[in-house]
Design a protein around this ligand. Structure first.
Ligand SMILES: C[S@@+](CC[C@H](N)C(=O)[O-])C[C@H]1O[C@@H](n2cnc3c(N)ncnc32)[C@H](O)[C@@H]1O
Length: 384
């Protein structure tokens, strides 16, 4: 055995690249979906680099080839149907990996256990400590943990620090445990409907529980010191939720708070139109006048009704009569970009490629230079 690390002599570069590219399209269950972090490394590349760094080079071509095969698998040529720019589907030649532990979904096979063992063996029976002082989104520490190492991850950025906590620490500590949902979530009818549905309850039972919870909240309002669920026949155990539901509950809390403080920076605009049949009605010759900001309440919720207060209720009753409705817009962080009627982005949808937005809304496309230029950020109303 040489005193070199495997990575100094050989590395399954093509396999790691192919499986890393594939991983970019994985949405469900990947840590990148927890929070956006720039310059995240693909898990496949991090796994390959760690194993090739932690293992010594065997000093023998045959043994080395065997390790590389177990790590990256074998490259095979195949064809795949791919949609072309002209909208037609064509078969194109692609390479993919067969076997190995780099491809998404193959990371937990028996070969991984073999690598864990090899690493322990290489370090006298105990996997080494791994330090990532620039850990960012946590790809390297996560993969080092997967290999059985004791890991320390650091980052100077507090957002990255928190992403790391949520990626590496909390799931380990809290997996399998349940805790009572916070009261604000229990009072949130929409949230609780989704929660109870996920618990497998029938629509009728869900309705009954939602009514019970609503009444209990009313009782709490009346008797300030009363126990919110003192009058509640719902089984308290039903309110014990796992980590994922607590994350959803607090995520909604963040959204509500963000809407409160940020709504004024991302205005919704009103459109003057008939409801049925839907038709825009020009307000004035100047197109700019049609984009009328909708006032928001303290919670940041648009109050379209305020713009229609001047109309007689009988007038509004008739859907053919024009009135203000939500005119959804793309807003921008850059003040020089005018708001464009047509759409409001979903939360976090800054990832929409500028070119795509430009093709939908040529008026806006002329102004967009980067993702950062178009951002409705927390407004979840979406038109397309
Ligand atoms: C390229 S990113 C790391 C990406 C990471 N490997 C991943 O897969 O997500 C570099 C990280 O280094 C962090 N950083 C920069 N200067 C630092 C410093 N002086 N101390 C600690 N972290 C620092 C940045 O905040 C950033 O998250």
């Amino acid at each position: 055995m040489s005193d070199k690390r495997l990575i100094e002599v050989a590395f399954p570069l093509k396999q790691a690249s192919i499986d890393s590219v594939h991983e970019k399209n994985v949405r469900h269950g990947h840590i990148s979906t927890l929070h956006i972090w720039p310059a995240r490394r693909p898990l496949a590349a991090a796994r390959a680099a760690l194993i090739a760094t932690l293992l010594p080079d065997p000093g023998d071509a045959e043994q080395r080839a065997a390790i590389l095969k177990r790590l990256g698998g074998t490259l095979v040529k195949t064809t795949k149907a791919k949609k072309q720019a002209n909208g037609q589907t064509e078969d194109v030649a692609v390479e993919e990996t067969l076997g190995g532990i780099l491809h998404w979904g193959r990371e937990s096979g028996p070969d991984l256990e073999t690598f864990r063992e090899e690493i322990r063996k290489a370090y006298g029976g105990r996997a080494p400590k791994v330090l990532d002082p620039f850990a960012g989104g946590g790809a390297i520490p996560l993969e080092a943990m997967r290999l059985g190492c004791e890991v320390t991850a650091m980052d100077i950025n507090p957002v990255a620090w928190f992403v790391l906590k949520c990626t590496l620490e909390y799931p380990q500590k809290l997996a399998g445990q349940t805790r009572r949902l916070p009261d604000f979530a229990i009072r949130d009818r929409e949230f609780m409907a989704a929660y109870l549905k996920a618990r497998g309850l029938t629509p009728a039972t869900i309705r009954r529980h939602l009514n019970e919870l609503g009444q209990a909240a009313e009782v709490e309002k009346d008797e300030k010191n009363g126990d919110l669920f003192g009058h509640d026949p719902i089984d308290p155990k039903l309110l014990d939720a796992d980590l994922a539901w607590h994350v959803r509950a607090w995520g909604r809390w963040v959204l509500v708070e963000a809407r409160k403080s940020l709504a004024r920076y991302y205005p919704t605009y009103a459109e003057y139109c008939t409801l049925k049949p839907y038709a825009k009605v020009p307000l004035a010759v100047d197109a700019g006048e049609q984009l009328k900001p909708v006032p928001v309440d303290d919670a940041g919720e648009p109050q379209i009704g305020l713009l229609n207060l001047a109309y007689d209720p009988d007038y509004l009753e008739n859907p053919k009569n024009p009135r203000c409705t939500f005119g959804l817009v793309i807003t921008s962080r850059r003040p020089s970009i005018p708001p464009v009627r047509g759409a409001v982005f979903r939360a976090g949808s800054t990832g929409q490629a500028p070119a795509r937005i430009g093709s939908w809304f040529p008026e806006l496309g002329r102004h967009i230079r980067s993702d950062q230029d178009c951002c409705g950020y927390f407004m979840e109303r979406c038109w397309f």
